[in-house]
Design a protein around this ligand. Structure first.
Ligand code: FE2
Ligand code: FE2
Length: 198
């Protein structure tokens, strides 16, 4: 794995891995530009939990994507379309783009997503975020760029599994019964964050 020290390295790694085995690219120019403008290659994955460093969100997303692709190969998991484990893994947490912002760039007006980032960011919870939610929010944000399959939507929606809260238990249960990949997505997210510590 290439050493990723900055957002340019992370962006190059992203372009290198977001391809099917036959080389078909999986990211449109519009989506790439949006990801860059939202700070996908710089933002943290958390403020006080794991991944609370510059670039943490991408590092975690990459790990979940690679785990999901590896599980798909080893367990012969079938998805509705071959790009699904890449899309689900890499983009399950795009909701976080609007959850955190750089305190050192707050003198510029911040309106939710797309807030500016300084050279030495000091990450805080975005006080001006426009949308609450987590998996459901990721699905909404992605719908601007990708026509998600029902399976991809449910995998991203329920990637927190039972941690989503008791209200969601029944629908999580039904989603797993319809698509076992909902369970594998949650497992890949847990494996990356709790075992690989990424
Ligand atoms: Fe998440
Ligand atoms: Fe995650």
């Amino acid at each position: 794995m290439m050493n990723m020290n900055n957002d340019k390295d992370r962006q190059n790694k992203f372009l290198e891995v977001m391809k099917l085995k036959d080389g078909t690219p999986l990211v449109s120019v519009d989506l790439l530009e949006w990801l860059i403008s939202q700070g996908f290659f710089m933002k943290p994955a958390a403020i006080s939990h794991h991944g609370n460093y510059t670039g943490g969100l991408f590092d975690h997303s990459l790990a979940v994507m690679e785990d999901l692709v590896e599980m798909t190969e080893k367990l012969n998991i079938e998805w509705t379309r071959p790009e699904s484990p890449y899309i689900v893994g890499m983009f399950h947490d795009v909701c976080k783009l609007d959850d955190y912002c750089d305190k050192n760039a707050m003198d510029t007006v911040v309106m939710g997503t797309g807030s500016p980032i300084s050279k030495n960011p000091d990450w805080i919870h975005n006080p001006n975020r426009m949308m609450k939610g987590h998996g459901d929010k990721s699905v909404m944000l992605l719908s601007q760029f990708i026509n998600l399959t029902e399976e991809e939507m449910l995998c991203i929606r329920f990637h927190m599994g039972a941690y989503e809260g008791q209200d969601a238990w029944d629908s999580f249960d039904k989603a797993i019964r319809k698509y076992e990949t909902v369970l594998w997505t949650h497992t890949a997210d847990m494996y990356a964050s709790k075992v690989q510590d990424v």
